[in-house]
Each structure stands twice: as structure tokens, then as C-alpha cells.
Ligand binder design. Structure first.
Ligand code: ATP
Length: 262
């Protein structure tokens, strides 16, 4: 639950990102509050993943300020960036697990890279993370190819929380899951967010997820964050894409199943 609306854990100002002549963001602003789940939505190609990558420092924007935990991600030195990176976890769109490593080894990977722990302790901690995401004991020593899509996503989530981050970035974590699997994953996100006090930056196309777990929604359109607010706020935004998305047939079905009306 967000208690202090001025407590921004991520602050983006005037972001400009370009690939050649293609401008993806042009003066984009966004604030993310500590402890919230913010859903990032927008049409295909509006730059949701690019925004995520810029915030975590994997992509150099052309202009703008990006602060996480009050520190500039763009201008920081190598050591300071490594310290910052330790305080967030990222789950990329495809889960991005190492196929030649078991689930436990995948979760251990960030610990190996960032922490100097004895092997036994690292293995125990990785085991705890794997259990936290609801994977069965016997999944621990399996390779990603031996898991279902939903289990792979959970393993990706376990790796994202390996270093006890304050922020988790999730890029379409429920894409490709059936509705039951997607709803179960939403529940997992919500439970871990509440239990660990996480801030969750949640890129999604899934209206059910927005309804079920997001405190606020940010809509990307026209190279900017067009609107930020609750689901109710989104229903009032007068923009063609937003109207189509939040008032279209899929939205009505999602709202009806959540007991709200369109
Ligand atoms: N490395 C890159 N080089 C060139 N263009 C890129 C690169 N990464 C992204 N883009 C372009 O930037 C735009 C935004 O991409 P992005 O992946 O952020 O979209 P998105 O909103 O996440 O879309 P989707 O919902 O389809 O995943 C797209 O037009 C994409 O082709």
C-alpha cells in the first residue's frame, strides 16, 4: 500500500530515445512511487520495453534524466551503477534463463556475480527463492527446457528477486500463459510485493492484470506518458488508443469479471 505519494523511487524527466531517425520517446516524464505496482501499457512499439531498458541503464537515451533511489542512472560511475543494479531485479520478456543451467543455478547466477558467499549458503538462499515463487522442490535441479512456460516464468521471477531487490521490473511476465496461469502469476506478484515491500514496474498488455494487481497505470502513447492514474482515471482519458483499450470488448470483459462496470 502506498502511503506517501511524494516518495518517488523512480523519476524520469524529459526522456528522449531514438534509434536512427526513429524517435521512440520525446520528452517522456514518469514518477514511480515506492511500494506501488505500476502497470505500463501502450500499443505495440510505443516503447515500453525501451523505457524499462533505459531506466535500468541497459540503453543510453539521447537526453533526459533518470533517477532511481534518488541517484542518476545515466551519469553514475561503474561502481555506483553496480551498487544500484544490486537493488533492483529484472525479468525480461522471455524469462531469459540460461538454458545450460538448472533453475537453482539460474537463481544463483546474480548472487555469484554480485555477492561473495560460501557455496552452501548461496545454494540455500537460491532454494528459498525458488520455493518463494511456488515452484515444487523437484524443479530446483531441472533445466529450463524441462519446465512448463508458467514454471519458467516463476524461475525467472525467482532470479529477479535473488538479491532481495527493492524494485522488480517485469516485462510482460504473463505473455504466453493461459488465463488461469496468468491469474496465478498475478497473485504471486501481488503476494511477493506485499510480503517483501517491493515496488513493481510491470509492463503488460493484460487488462486482467491491470485490474487485479496494479495500483496505478501509465499509458505510453505519442512518444510520451500520456496519462497516469487508477483504472477509474483511465476510463476518463479522451484519446483514441486509450478509449479503444479501456472501453473495447476485452476491457468490458475484464471489468465485468473483476466486478466493475465499463
Ligand atoms: N535495439 C534497437 N534498435 C532499433 N530499434 C529498436 C531497438 N529496440 C527497440 N527498437 C524500436 O523501438 C520501438 C519501441 O520498442 P519496444 O520494444 O520498447 O516496444 P514495446 O512498447 O515494448 O512493444 P511491444 O508491446 O510490442 O513489446 C520499436 O519500434 C522497436 O522496433
Amino acid at each position: 500500500m502506498v502511503t506517501d505519494s511524494d516518495d518517488h523511487i523512480i523519476r524520469v524527466r524529459g526522456l528522449v530515445t531514438r534509434f536512427g531517425a526513429h524517435t521512440v520517446h520525446d520528452g517522456l516524464d514518469l514518477d514511480v512511487r515506492r511500494g506501488e505496482i505500476i502497470g505500463i501499457v501502450g500499443g505495440s512499439g510505443t516503447g515500453k520495453s525501451v523505457l524499462l531498458r533505459a531506466i535500468v541503464g541497459l540503453l543510453q537515451p539521447q537526453a533526459g534524466k533518470i533517477e532511481v533511489f534518488g541517484e542518476s542512472v545515466r551519469d553514475t560511475g561503474v561502481d555506483a551503477y553496480r551498487d544500484l543494479r544490486r537493488r533492483w531485479g529484472v525479468m525480461f520478456q522471455d524469462g531469459a534463463l540460461f538454458s545450460s543451467l538448472t533453475v537453482r543455478q539460474n537463481v544463483e547466477a546474480p548472487m555469484r556475480e554480485q555477492l561473495d558467499l560460501p557455496d552452501a549458503l548461496r545454494e540455500t538462499l537460491a532454494g528459498i527463492k525458488v520455493r518463494m515463487v511456488g515452484l515444487p522442490e523437484d524443479a530446483m535441479d531441472k533445466f529450463p527446457s524441462e519446465l512448463s512456460g508458467g514454471m519458467r516464468k516463476r524461475a525467472g521471477f525467482a532470479r529477479a528477486i535473488a538479491l532481495d531487490p527493492a524494485i522488480v521490473f517485469l516485462d510482460e511476465p504473463t505473455a504466453g500463459l493461459d488465463p488461469v496461469g496468468a491469474a496465478a502469476f498475478d497473485t504471486l506478484i501481488k503476494q511477493l510485493q506485499a510480503a517483501l515491500g517491493l515496488t513493481v514496474f510491470f509492463v503488460t498488455h493484460d487488462l486482467d492484470s491491470l485490474n487485479a494487481i496494479c495500483d496505478r497505470i501509465a499509458v505510453l502513447a505519442d512518444r510520451k506518458v500520456l496519462a497516469v492514474g487508477t483504472m477509474d482515471d483511465m476510463m476518463k482519458v479522451d484519446h483514441p488508443w486509450v478509449r479503444e483499450y479501456f472501453h473495447g470488448p476485452r476491457a468490458r470483459a475484464a471489468l465485468a469479471s473483476a466486478g466493475k462496470t465499463s
